[in-house]
Design a protein around this ligand. Sequence first.
Ligand SMILES: N[C@@H](CCC(=O)N[C@@H](CS)C(=O)NCC(=O)O)C(=O)O
Length: 256
Amino acid sequence: MSSKVSQVKFTGVNPRYSSWSCRGWFALKLLGVDFEEDTLNLIDPDFSSKAEKISPSKLFPCVTLTTTDESGKDTGKSHNIWDSFAIAEWAYEYATETGNTAAKNALYPSDWECRALARSAIAEMHSGFPAIRTHCSSNFVTKRPFTPEKWWDNTNVEKELTRIISLWKSCREKYVERKSDSSDAASEDQGFLFGTFGLVDAFFVPVVYRIKHYSLPVKDEFALEYMNKVMNHKYVLEWQDKANKDTIILPHYEYI
Ligand SMILES: N[C@@H](CCC(=O)N[C@@H](CS)C(=O)NCC(=O)O)C(=O)O
C-alpha cells in the first residue's frame, strides 16, 4: 500500500550557531512545503533524551514525515530523515515524485551536467574543509576582527578558502557554459552558482558567514559579489533573523 506525506516537521538546534540546521531548513524552504518547526537547545540538560526520540544519530537537522494511506487515513507511522545532505536529496526526490517541477528546479539545476557538479560541490562541502570548521566555528551573529596570529598562519584555513572560491568559480563557469549550450539549463540568472539560489548555495551559506564574521581576507571580486548576494537572499535573511533572536549563548562557540 502506498503512503503519502501529510505533514513535514523540521527539528534543528540553536539557530545562532547551527550550520547544519540551516542547510536542512533551506532545503525545505526551497521545496516550498509548509512545515512545522521545532528547535532543541544543545545545552539543555535533557537534550540527549529529547534528541534520541527524534534523530537516530542524535544529530540535527532532522525532518520527520507523517503519512496517510490511500484513503487519507493517518498511517500512525512517522519517518525521520536526518543529516542535511539526506534532507536535501529527499527534498529533490519528493519534488520529482510529486511532479513539482518548479521546486525541483529551485533545488538543483535542471541541466544534468550542472546538477552533477552541484552535487559534487555539496558533497565536498559536507565532508570537507576541516580547518575552516575547526578554527572558525559557525556563528551567525558575532563578528570578529581578522587575527592571523591565532590560527591563520599555521593552519590550512587559507588553502581551504582558496579551494572554496575556486569551486564557486567552477560552478559558475559550468552554469554559464551550459546556459549558452542548452536552453534547458537557462534558469533565470540572479548571479548564484547555478543562476538562482539553490541547494548548492544553501550549503555554502555558513561558509560565507564564517568568511564575513571572522573577517577572512578575500579580495576576489567575484567571491565578494557572490557572498553579498548570498547574505541578502530572503531565506538567508530569515535565518539571520532567527539567529539574532536566539539568546542562548554557547560559550565555546562564542569566546574563542
Ligand atoms: N553531517 C551532519 C552533521 C549534523 C551535526 O553535527 N549537527 C550538530 C549541530 S550543528 C548536532 O546536532 N550536534 C548535536 C550534539 O553535538 O550533541 C549533517 O549534515 O546534518
